[in-house]
Design a protein around this ligand. Structure first.
Ligand SMILES: Nc1ncnc2c1ncn2[C@@H]1O[C@H](COP(=O)(O)OP(=O)(O)OP(=O)(O)O)[C@@H](O)[C@H]1O
Ligand SMILES: [Mg+2]
Length: 340
């Protein structure tokens, strides 16, 4: 019998742009069999935009993996006695009340084991990342997708999706990532930056910073006295005004970079290791001067990450040129598809 091919659509519903990538498992390969993205003006336009995008993309599968984010999702680092993964989520649920600002009955809770640390007295403690999302948010999200005729199979968070996309890269392209390295993945969207720090391909830290490309557009608009739409166009295609745009973005990038640096400090204190390199994704990573600006602030090797590298692409159903051009913006969508 032929082995069934499994396809899944990673649907990254960003605040400014919806990205969908269909990933199909074929024997030992992961193949991108569909791709579409569309900008959305505001939240009210979102559901129609998703419907339109799914119609236009003609994916073979209706199974979608998505993520929730924002103020209704919290991350906490907690210490627990050492135990197996199977018991962990249950144990964390019992403890969660102490750590989260919501009633535990109102949230979905997930937990990920990070590292095991031994203190001076020889007592071991497991570091655990707890993620709590309001049940109403997860349910509304799933309902919206079901109403569109889609089949939601997983709801995750952007930070972990990034980690999954990175692991997929390692799987399909062994050797491009040195073992033992500590890397920071940073996805900078319109309103937020999601950070995920991995040591030896294991996620150790995830956080969201509420800053992004929208702040850059606002800074350009203020500095040059432009309307927001004109500032947005200039940012995306500065032409001869590149130096002016870069200058206008300087302070905002510095502020964002400093916030990210605080996360690096936290990680380095908690995990006794140094972030060695930084990989940038998200729409804002399309800025031509982002690598250079951040490399100066972080004082670490900083590169734009292409999450499509190493994956096969079905060219009869995918606009390969658009996919390659916008690849850095697709890390979350690819990671969502890869995690299910
Ligand atoms: N060519 C470009 N150059 C610079 N910035 C760009 C470019 N194209 C898109 N952007 C910016 O990228 C951002 C959108 O990126 P992305 O799709 O990752 O965000 P999002 O997922 O919608 O946002 P969020 O994750 O914050 O909800 C916008 O702020 C947009 O201005
Ligand atoms: Mg995003």
């Amino acid at each position: 019998m032929l082995k069934q091919k499994k396809s899944i659509v990673g649907l990254d519903i960003g605040s400014s742009c919806i990205k969908a990538v269909e990933l199909t498992r074929e024997k030992y390969d992961y193949v991108i069999t569909g791709y579409a993205q569309v900008d959305v003006a505001n939240e009210a336009a979102r559901q129609d935009a998703i419907a339109e995008l799914m119609r236009a993309a003609k994916f073979r599968s209706k199974r979608v993996a998505t993520a929730v984010s924002g103020k209704n999702v919290v991350f906490r680092y907690i210490g627990m006695p050492e135990m197996g993964e199977d018991k962990l989520v249950h144990a964390v649920k019992l403890e969660a009340e102490k750590y989260i600002p919501f009633d535990v009955n109102d949230v979905e809770i997930d937990a990920q084991k990070l590292a095991v640390a031994t203190d001076a007295a020889g007592k071991t403690e497991m570091k655990v990342l707890l993620v709590a999302a309001k049940k109403t948010v997860v349910a509304d999200h799933a309902r919206m997708l079901t109403e569109l005729g889609l089949q939601p199979v997983a709801v995750g968070v952007d930070g972990f999706a990034l980690g999954n996309a990175w692991e997929l890269g390692d799987l399909v392209h062994p050797g491009i990532q040195d073992p033992g390295r500590t890397v920071a993945l940073i996805d900078i969207g319109a309103t937020k930056a999601s950070i995920n720090i991995l040591r030896d391909n294991v996620s150790c830290f995830a956080r969201e910073v509420p800053m992004g490309g929208q702040d850059l557009t606002n800074a350009i608009a203020r500095r040059l006295g432009l309307e927001p739409a004109a500032a947005e166009s200039l940012k995306r295609d500065p032409g001869e005004q590149l130096a002016v745009v870069q200058e206008a973005c300087g302070q905002t990038l510095e502020d964002l970079g400093n916030e990210v640096n605080l996360s690096f400090d936290f990680f380095e204190n908690q995990f006794d290791g140094e972030v060695q390199e930084v990989w940038l994704t998200g729409g804002t990573a399309l800025l031509p001067f982002l690598e250079e600006s951040f490399e100066k602030i972080f004082e670490k090797r900083t590169k734009t990450w292409n999450p499509v590298e190493g994956l096969k692409v079905r060219s009869d159903s995918v606009d390969v040129e658009a996919l390659n051009q916008l690849a850095p913006q697709l890390a979350v969508a690819i990671g969502l598809a890869a995690s299910s």
